[in-house]
Design a protein around this ligand. Sequence first.
Ligand code: TYD
Ligand code: MG
Length: 392
Amino acid sequence: MAAWAAQPTGIDELDRVLGGGLVPGSATLLGGEPGTGKSTLLLQALSSLARRGVRCLLASAEESKQQVRLRAERLGALDPALWLVSETSLPAILGALEQVSPRVAVVDSIQTVFDPELGSAPGSVGQVRECAHRLVRVAKERGVAVLLVGHVTKDGSLAGPRVLEHVVDTVLAFEGDRHHGLRMLRAHKHRFGPVGELGLFDMGEGGLQGVPDPSGLLLGDRRQGAAGSVVTPAMEGHRPLLVELQALVSPTKLAMPRRSAQGVDQGRMALVVAVLERQAGVSLAGADVYTSAVGGVRVSEPSADLALALALASAASGVPLPEDLVACGEVGLTGEVRHTGRLDRRLGEARRLGFKRAVVPASALDGPAGMELVRVPTLGSALSEFGVRLRR
Ligand code: TYD
Ligand code: MG
């Protein structure tokens, strides 16, 4: 594997997700909705590589050379080792690859590249697949690390070319809430390293900045003493991440009350609502229920169940939970609170950020120094413990 030594890009959060860096001859697809910052991320990565003397090519099929140059100038990304071209035709891009002979090349985006030799229309599945195949082949032949940008539609599929995921070695997804600066980078498929690592960036005036202390950033604007708010220590890859979960419960006359989940798994929320109703005596039948993970993050781990349930019960009862409390545990269908993996890492991070109490499953081992554990066998006992249990 030594021949495949990864080249760090120098963008720490990207290198973390890649498990070190870019592997020569590899093909990477970077997917994300328009406006997430894909072009910005890759421009910064190429610029960082170029500054280390790595020859790079940025082929933009979406923006003119002037536009790309202007942005690069604004971000201070221009470098003699970074070559910029603006081309939509595949032969022209292959020509540039030949001419520049880069170690790393970006094609932005694969959907706007087309081969005039092919009969099909630009942007069609056939075009996108064939162009990607050709670029990947060149990557392998010449030992170039190629990155393809792919636009993703709202439902999360790569527009048209889901097929591309099989063509490339690595699939990265770049996500973020349009209204927040926070951007999340994950590997969904990775031939050369782990999947599940999370890279976090903040999009600002000067482009994307890595976020070294995401928990601190996410909890920065937390309102103290509000009912319906609970913090849970989630795991993102190997990193713990403290996320505030919020719930709002509001009486409704709708025959089908609203159930809205933002950044929270819809299925987990339905389960938690049902268990609250059936096993813990919290009635939500006549109410609209909204839940959200603050900051545009997404929490889908079952270990967030307990925090979600406490947030809902707190919102329904109007009783706030202690500010220095975190909650972590999976809720089972019979109302039992179940074991959660990596509790030590999770609670360590919570303690670091000043939390002093944790509601955890009854089976939990001791927590870090200075952290009081409230062990709960069932959801009902957790609610009683904090006075957020409602009687029907
Ligand atoms: P962009 O990289 O063009 O997104 P994508 O290629 O995924 O479509 O950037 C998206 C948005 O980011 C753009 O609307 C403006 C914003 N932005 C900043 O806020 N700061 C910056 O320094 C840059 C370059 C962009
Ligand atoms: Mg773009």
